[in-house]
Design a binder for this molecule. Structure first.
Ligand code: GCU
Length: 612
């Protein structure tokens, strides 16, 4: 008896600490019944991860009976003699969403673990309902515990994830404790070296999602790339009783109401035909109300229907050639310091891009927040979204590949129904070596398997053509894989001076559309002088004028996204009185001043818009 009882105890303890499986990402949280957990969270800075490991460096959450000093237990002394060496409730608070670097001066450069704790009551509105905790993003490695139970571990700083908590959440005093570690890792994605600030923490919102017992957890509803009267995709259910279930799809403005039946895995294919579709476009970003109902669950979305494809050297939006008048953007708030995350941040950045004359933005170098993507849907701004496979990734490491693929999967899961998103970018400035070529080709195939309606690209690098430094070309096996040939070039900044642009010709041998994913120069706003003087606004302006003239010589060019809309924080940029921890290639300074190059590009785009 004793033996079996012991086994029973061990088994029950094991379940309580096993990682509850990370649920499939719930689609379209934007329009679901959610309870925000945003606001003040207590936090503990834990550089030695003392709240996670015992003194033998063993994780508490893998111990059968973790010590009370494990932070995720939220231990409190039961009597005056108890030894507890932490207390969340007496600690200061951080605002969630928000990186920690910009909220606490002692954390500006901090790279390590911070623990967050949020207490909340929660009553399911219906006994049979289910509850999930949804994180919009958390940088970089996140361990989540609810009421002492480990929900799971997520790796990746810019994509959403969720855990079912139906059997863990309670009516009173839930404590959600989250360990976030933003240490850069050689085998991470991104890796150790980047040219942006390593903002850590719960950088985007956290919410409770309540669903019915069976609910529509995922759907993909887009226009077929080969038939613009055909809306196709799938819808899936989550729950126990999901086989042979009826799901109704309605698009009222098209007079569509169709029933589909799920298969044995709760999945149903969607095929809707209509010759009355009003296509989404940059000039007319029309969004249809789409309603999905099943077994009492109802979810509504706003979806634009358009086709995007290439034909030889052209990019066709709804069958019409389009020139992408773009700009690159990092996700930093233009309103306050730190990571951008709000609708106000998105509204400001996208309206600045529109002031510039843009119909397209490159969201560099990682997935931005969902507000930005949904706002672009409404504004009719096309988007390049990017997986943070940046520079010197550990190409041979299988775990690194898994981390890269998982982030790409989560990005596509979140944004696959957004008309504004036209390009999935696999990487930025990665070396042409065999291991990287395999890594990127696998990623590209994976992206295509999840979504065959969008274009694949990556920011490649240019090189001399046949060792002639005055003729540049793209020689990269991945150039054969992408749909759109994109590359960064810095002639006039890292490679000679702006006048050098006059001596360069381009020999692009791929019969594909060409996008210049980056060019630019640094300038300190307000610093004026001769255009030969580095860091003056005049130098940057001259670089733009000469570069744009040079790029017009590329026959297949179909767009550009110069580097970059706004100055951004980077620990690499330390030139005193000029950089002071900021990359100064913005067309707008970190305090909102428009530099002369802004108006040079604006003028170029105005002419482009008129004659295209
Ligand atoms: C690179 C890189 C950017 C970087 C930029 C620069 O091309 O893609 O992330 O910030 O150049 O050097 O400013």
């Amino acid at each position: 008896m004793a033996k079996s009882k012991y086994i029973l105890i061990v088994f029950s303890i094991f379940i309580s600490f096993s990682n509850l499986a990370q649920e499939n990402l719930i689609t379209n949280v934007y329009n679901r019944a959610t309870t925000s957990l945003d606001g003040d969270w207590h936090y503990i800075i834990d550089p030695y991860e003392n709240g996670y490991y015992n003194y033998r460096y063993e994780p508490f959450d893998q111990q059968e009976s973790p010590w009370a000093s494990a932070f995720f237990l939220n231990s409190k002394p039961r009597n005056p003699s108890d030894l507890i060496e932490y207390d969340f409730d007496q600690m200061p608070t951080l605002k969630v969403p928000g990186d920690w670097n910009s909220q606490d001066p002692q954390l500006l450069y901090y790279e390590g673990t911070v623990w967050y704790k949020k207490s909340f009551d929660y009553t399911l509105s219906k006994e049979s309902n289910r509850a999930f905790i949804y994180f919009e993003a958390s940088n970089y490695k996140t361990e989540v515990y609810l009421n002492g139970k480990k929900l799971g571990t997520h790796i990746g700083g810019f994509t959403p994830f969720n855990y079912e908590v139906t059997d863990v959440i309670r009516e009173k005093e839930n404590h959600l404790i989250v360990k976030v570690d933003n240490k850069r890792l050689k085998d991470g994605v991104p890796t150790l070296n980047t040219d942006w600030w390593n903002y850590g923490g719960l950088t985007r919102g956290v919410k409770v999602i309540e669903t019915s017992k069976v609910f529509v957890d995922d759907y993909f509803i887009q226009l077929s790339p080969t038939d613009d009267n055909h809306i196709k995709g799938y819808v899936s259910l989550s729950g126990e009783d999901i086989v042979e279930k009826d799901i109704t799809i309605q698009i009222p403005e098209l007079g569509i109401s169709q029933n589909v039946k799920t298969d044995k895995s709760g999945y149903a294919v969607i095929n809707l035909l209509s010759d009355k579709i009003k296509y989404w476009s940059t000039k007319n970003p029309f969004l249809y109300k789409v309603i999905l109902e099943a077994d009492g669950d109802r979810v509504e979305d706003q979806i634009g229907f358009r086709t995007i494809r290439t034909q030889g050297s052209e990019i066709l939006l709804n069958g019409e050639p389009i020139f992408l008048r773009g700009i690159s953007i990092h996700e930093e708030s233009p309103i306050r310091d730190g990571r951008g995350h709000s609708t106000e941040d998105a509204e400001t950045l996208l309206s600045w891009a529109q002031d510039l004359g843009c119909n397209y933005v490159r969201l560099a170098h990682y997935p931005h927040n969902e507000h930005t993507v949904r706002l672009a849907d409404q504004k009719g701004i096309l988007i390049w979204e990017e997986n943070p496979v940046y520079w010197t990734i550990s190409w041979d490491n299988a775990e690194t590949y898994h981390t890269a693929e998982n982030q790409l999967t989560e990005l596509i899961a979140r944004d696959k129904n957004r008309a504004s998103v036209i390009i999935w970018s696999m990487a930025n400035e990665t070396p042409n070596v065999p291991a990287r070529n395999i890594f990127l080709q696998k990623l590209a195939s994976h992206a295509k398997s999840l979504d065959d309606t969008r274009l694949i690209s990556a920011a490649l690098e240019q090189k001399d053509y046949n060792n002639d430094p005055h003729t540049r070309t793209i020689q990269d096996p991945f150039a054969e894989v992408v749909d759109v040939l994109s590359f960064n070039q810095y002639i006039g900044w890292y490679d000679g001076l702006p006048d050098k642009c006059q001596t360069i010709s381009w020999k692009i041998e791929q019969d594909k559309p060409v996008l210049i994913s980056e060019f630019g120069a640094g300038a300190k706003a307000g610093l004026h002088g001769d255009k030969k003087e580095r860091w003056t606004e005049e130098y940057q302006e001259d670089l733009y004028i000469q570069t744009l003239r040079m790029l017009d010589g590329i026959e297949n060019i179909q767009g550009l996204s110069p580097w970059i809309l706004v100055d951004f924080r980077s620990p690499r940029r330390v030139l005193p009185k000029i950089q002071d921890g900021w990359n100064r290639k913005g067309l707008i300074s970190d305090d909102g001043k428009r530099k002369k190059a802004f108006f040079a590009l604006q003028d170029y785009y105005r002419k482009k818009a008129n004659n295209k």
